[in-house]
Design a protein. Structure first.
Length: 199
């Protein structure tokens, strides 16, 4: 029997200074779950981005180029890393994409300092109710005035998912898998990873 469910698609933004664990673990887990991931560089015109610990990532596309039909994607994800998160959060096109995805009830996700992009996109002003969020402790003060700030490892509030840092990336990515393709697929992907928590 053919599977008529269309493959889910996600965009992961990266920039110079992105936290490599948060980007790569998220990309990897989503791909293991069968999600088509497009890695999009922000404020880089060619070549790889250099992450916060010197790891280089070659993006699939560059923001500002002809990025394939962004509106056909189901999720958009912002990793942390202080410099990378600041670059991504300050980019007007990214802010517009995040706001549009949120308004369309598509998944908007951020981890660590990437949660600052949620604020710069004005998502707190687009919700009828208070928005729950988390982040790396280093940027908590920048967020807690505009959001209901939580210290949970992963916070899912409607179609917004946020998390704390490199050590919470597996939980974050598996939550995204659950939301995109279901809990059974998240458990299937998690099984062989020998994680120290249940999905």
């Amino acid at each position: 029997m053919a599977n008529h469910q269309q493959q889910k698609k996600a965009i992961v933004f990266v920039a110079d200074g992105t936290e490599e664990m948060e980007a790569v673990i998220t990309i990897d887990i989503l791909r293991r779950a069968g999600v088509q991931v497009l890695v999009v560089a922000v404020e880089t015109e060619a070549g790889p981005v250099t992450c916060s610990r010197g790891v280089k990532i070659v993006p699939d596309a560059y923001l500002g180029d002809d990025v394939p039909k962004i509106d056909t994607y189901d999720a958009v994800i912002v990793p942390g890393g202080a410099q990378g998160a600041a670059t991504i959060a300050q980019n007007a096109q990214v802010r517009s994409i995040l706001a549009d995805f949120y308004a369309q009830h598509k998944i908007v996700a951020a981890i660590c300092a990437g949660s600052l992009a949620i604020k710069t996109a004005g998502i707190q002003d687009k919700s009828q109710k208070p928005v729950h969020i988390t982040s790396h402790p280093s940027v908590k003060e920048e967020l807690e005035g505009d959001f209901v700030y939580k210290e949970d490892r992963v916070v899912a509030d409607s179609n917004l998912v946020t998390s704390r840092g490199p050590g919470t990336t597996f939980e974050f990515a598996l939550k995204l898998v659950s939301l995109l393709v279901g809990d059974d697929k998240a458990r299937e992907v998690a099984g062989p990873m020998v994680l120290n928590f249940e999905v």
